[in-house]
Write a protein that binds this ligand. Structure first.
Ligand SMILES: Cc1cc2nc3c(=O)[nH]c(=O)nc-3n(C[C@H](O)[C@H](O)[C@H](O)COP(=O)(O)OP(=O)(O)OC[C@H]3O[C@@H](n4cnc5c(N)ncnc54)[C@H](O)[C@@H]3O)c2cc1C
Length: 375
């Protein structure tokens, strides 16, 4: 059977599932995509903000990148501050290629842009439709779906893509383990809207002894603060009058990856396959990358290569985010003092700075061979 006529079910219409659907649809496939929620994530509750250069390259054939660049804020500087001392100021626009290292756009906006492009191919998620079971025979997976009205459908698919997030039903149903560890400490975040537009061109990490507060733009008048300190809100120096506290949340960080990214014709992508700390803003970007590779490989009839091609990228990103998180979550006063001396020194070395920017841009994973000139 031609790959274009294979029946494909995508579980989950987050950024990963929507990208998989779009990459398949633009190549002539007609995937079904289902999601247990009623719609995309609310605009005010967006987890992922950072969109890296690799993702912009990957989403350029579908023209989602053009739409992102119109709405997103470009990050030109990445600063590290300790007390009143500027430890480092990295110019993020110096990366090679057509895109700067990082843009910021709320995840809910990105998902709506993906949905808009998907509708051009007359593919739309079936909302409030839960994947309840996937048969243990992954060669011709049988899936049970339950809708909000209680109706149940059981159907066989040639390919099932589990893009159903960290608690993936698909992963558990086919018996793939999700080993890893949870960090002891929690992270806290709050988004504040200001009474007037504020500067949006930089990400700033303020180091304390111990702890940190990171600050990055969400929109022209909203800033996100993310911290390891429960009382961080009392330490924020707001740049203008606060109009409202838009959203706040706290979470524990896990570093986990699926023991296999595919079993038979069931494939895992995004948070269903790997989770890690938001340090470095890699999670959604890595999921979008998985989805683009999977879309291409399925169209080429080479999906058997997916797991072997993606696992090195996942390992690279887990290692990098773990190192970054260890740096910002340090508690030992001696280690903190060494870090505060070493970071500015290292960031003055051009090769080190370039390596850091390379990672922030997402260029430390394999380049997509289907995009001419991609880095
Ligand atoms: C505070 C924070 C900040 C972050 N910042 C960044 C950042 O700046 N950049 C970045 O790249 N990443 C960031 N991330 C990570 C990013 O949010 C996730 O990696 C990303 O949302 C993963 O997308 P996904 O589509 O794989 O999974 P999800 O977004 O979790 O989507 C999964 C979808 O599957 C659906 N679903 C679940 N179970 C079922 C089922 N049984 N049947 C049908 N549907 C189902 C859900 O409703 C959901 O819509 C951050 C995360 C956090 C917590």
């Amino acid at each position: 059977m031609a790959s274009g006529h294979r029946s494909i079910l995508i579980a989950g219409a987050g950024a990963t599932g929507l990208t998989a659907a779009l990459e398949l649809a633009r190549r002539g496939h007609v995937p079904r995509i289902v999601d247990s929620d009623a719609g995309p994530v609310p605009l005010a509750e967006s987890r992922a903000l950072g969109i890296n250069a690799r993702t912009l390259a990957l989403l350029s054939p579908s023209r989602v990148t053009d739409a992102i660049l119109q709405e997103a804020q470009r990050i030109a500087h990445f600063r590290i501050v300790s007390g009143n001392r500027l430890l480092a100021d990295v110019d993020t626009t110096t990366v090679p290629g057509p895109y700067s290292a990082m843009q910021v756009l709320a995840q809910g906006h990105t998902e709506r842009l993906l949905l808009g492009k998907l509708s051009d191919f007359e593919v739309a998620p079936e909302w409030q439709t839960v994947v309840e079971t996937v048969s243990h025979d992954p060669s011709k997976p049988r899936v049970t779906l339950r809708r909000a009205d209680g109706s149940v459908e059981t159907a066989d698919f040639d390919i099932v893509i589990g893009a159903d997030g960290a608690h993936s039903t698909v992963r558990k149903a086919v018996g793939i383990d999700f080993p890893g560890q949870a960090l002891e400490s929690s992270f806290y975040l709050a988004d504040f809207r200001y009474a007037e537009p504020i500067g949006t061109g930089s990400v700033e990490i303020n180091l304390f002894d111990p702890g940190m507060i990171g600050c990055l733009p969400v929109t022209r008048d909203v800033l996100r603060y993310i911290s390891t300190l429960p009382d961080f809100e009392s330490r924020i120096r707001h740049p203008a009058r606060v109009a409202e506290r838009v959203w706040a949340s706290d979470f524990r960080i896990h570093f986990r990856r699926a023991s296999e990214m595919a079993r038979g014709n069931v494939f895992l992508a995004g948070d269903a396959a790997h989770i890690h700390s938001p340090a470095g803003a890699r999670g959604m970007n890595l999921g979008i990358e998985d989805a683009c590779w999977l879309g291409w490989l399925i169209s080429e009839g080479r999906e058997r290569e997916y797991a072997a091609l993606r696992m090195p990228a996942v390992q690279t990103v887990l290692k990098q985010t773990h190192q970054l998180t260890s740096l910002i979550a340090m508690k030992n006063p001696m280690a903190i003092a060494v870090r505060n001396l070493a970071v500015p020194f290292l960031l003055r070395i051009p090769a080190f700075r370039q390596k850091l920017l390379h990672g922030v841009s997402g260029y430390d994973t394999q380049s997509p061979p289907w995009i001419a000139g991609a880095l």
